[in-house]
Design a protein around this ligand. Structure first.
Ligand code: AHM
Ligand code: MG
Length: 317
């Protein structure tokens, strides 16, 4: 990993130039700009009447926060670019038709909604090659169609992580200039230090999942925020493993393949880490519906490998 110096002047567009196509660069820059707009709304939410629920539920049956809705509007408006064919959002029941471009964008406008007003939340973007939606049959869609992905964490610092052009880089938001400046490039997931999982679900996990979680967590310190983006940033920068496995309440796991598991898995694998559903890479899992869920184990390669080994050993035939 190479850290940007305190005086780093490389902004996101400058970093991406020559590493990705102009279309992919434009999408990532728009995502970053929209994230800055959402950050402003989050920063004053306790003063602006933007905390609380709308009273509606989304397609997943989850009650929608006012800021979920605002975040969705911000990203849907910002990402209607000529290179975009379709948009798939956590907050949109249906696939949204945009135009004739070569890419489908999948995003979670506000990840970690239960933390709004208390702790860090973030946004997640996956840029997929092709027109997803028509191809949701026959197992044709997988995370291997990702050409780039990104996520933000609205804390202090406010961070943007981008996986593009074969490497992962982080950027910090500089509020005076409203610029995303390079913080570190060529990120590589360090050896595991932290384990991140909702331990209160222990009794809901099948026996082989209990064993696998234990094996992956061996010798690590616990940290869990309820915002995947925050936990993933820690794992990416300090080493560790984030886990949201299948359980008796969520037999497929909770997290959604196209806009949570896939984009974050792409970041982890690009940074030399692991991203698994327990049996293999999440990027190889066939996706047959826009809001499909999947188990997700991601982080330092050796910790993910320990999970997979115990999972295979204990799994009933
Ligand atoms: P959300 O996109 O509706 O916020 O749901 C995803 C979030 C993740 O950020 C987090 O890891 C997980 O849900 C927390 O769930 P739980 O409260 O079951 O531990
Ligand atoms: Mg989410």
């Amino acid at each position: 990993m190479t850290s940007g110096s305190p005086a780093s002047r490389t902004d996101l567009a400058g970093f991406l130039a020559g590493r990705v196509s102009t279309d992919v660069c434009a999408i990532l820059v728009r995502f970053a700009e929209a994230s800055a707009t959402l950050r402003d709304a989050l920063a004053v939410a306790p003063l602006s009447g933007m905390l609380g629920k709308t009273g509606d539920t989304n397609v997943q049956g989850e009650s929608t926060a006012k800021l979920d809705e605002r975040a969705n509007d911000i990203f849907c408006d910002a990402l209607r670019l000529p290179s975009v064919a379709r948009i798939i959002s956590e907050e949109e029941a249906e696939v949204v038709e945009v135009g004739d471009g070569p890419y489908t964008l999948a995003f979670d406008p506000l990840d970690g909604s239960s933390n709004i007003g208390y702790s860090s939340v973030g946004s997640i973007l996956g840029i997929y090659e092709g027109i997803l939606g028509d191809a949701f049959t026959g197992g044709a869609v997988t995370g291997r169609l990702l050409v780039a992905s990104a996520f933000t964490v609205y804390g202090l610092p406010t961070m943007l992580v981008v996986a593009a052009g074969g490497e992962v880089a982080s950027f910090a938001f500089e509020p005076d200039e409203r610029a995303w400046l390079l913080a570190a490039e060529r990120l590589s997931v360090p050896e595991a230090a932290y384990t991140s999982i909702n331990w209160t679900y222990h009794d809901r996990w099948p026996a082989h999942v209990q064993q696998a979680v234990q094996a992956a967590s061996d010798g690590l310190r616990g940290r869990y925020s309820g915002s995947m983006v925050e936990d993933i940033l820690r794992v990416l920068l300090a080493g560790g493993v984030f886990m949201y496995p299948e359980d008796s309440s969520s037999p497929q796991g909770k997290l959604r393949m196209l806009y949570e598991v896939g984009p974050i898995g792409f970041v982890m694998e690009t940074a030399g880490g692991g991203a698994s559903d327990g049996a293999g890479s999440v990027l190889d899992v066939p996706i047959t519906a826009p809001h499909q869920r999947g188990p997700f184990i991601a982080g330092s390669a050796e910790a993910v490998a320990r999970y997979e080994a115990a999972y295979a050993e204990g799994r009933p035939d």
